[in-house]
Design a protein around this ligand. Sequence first.
Ligand code: ZN
Length: 252
Amino acid sequence: MLASCGLRNTDNRTKPTHENFEAYCPYCDYLNVFNRATDLNDSDSIDGEERPCGNPECQRPFALTYDSIDPTFVLLYYEAQTLLEQKRFGDAIVKLATSIEQFFTHSLFELLAWQRLAANESDYHIADVANRIAARLTQAIDGAAYQDLRNLFLHMLIGGPITTIQDAERTIGRIVRTTPSDAALGTIADPKLQSAAHRLKMLSLHEVRNRIIHHTTYRPPESEARALFQGTEDVMWTLVDKLDVRFESLGI
Ligand SMILES: [Zn+2]
């Protein structure tokens, strides 16, 4: 399932995460941890850029290679998995919830604005509409929490397949933050997509996440964490495959 969602760096000399890029110096073997916000100009991809080694006795510049091309939600998902294997179940669930929230945002922008624009890059009219849609989306998700983002995403699915920029514009005009009814989800034509939408509506990931980070400081057992991972992976990767949103077409 993982292999279907982007390429994961496997060169063992570097480790890209959402926040950091870790790289062993090729000259002295010092492990450099570059923070994207602090050390790398907040860049999402620094592939090929040179930075001096942080070892005071070396300081030789070397190229940072094999940065991830995965979108943020995939990087966060990998980090959640690592936390799960470290038996940090509460942290893993919090990270997993952030990953799926990023997936909602990523998919909304990709399907409503950037994919249509990427397919017609030279069409200035489409560029105008796509930018207008992106601005409306930015407004729609302002301050949105898990349930709001999930509902916006589900309403986009209810709006039907988006194959033209006109479809996208119609859909953005209709999406709201209210929870869609089961009957509305039942109008999604593709059976696999419809089934995934129903399972997504039932997913309790955000409720468990809230119990962990809020006043009860809930400590989830392994069985609950693994069940939540299974349920989330099942829904998220089905949607990733069906909607073809495993990469960023133009970046957000
Ligand atoms: Zn070095």
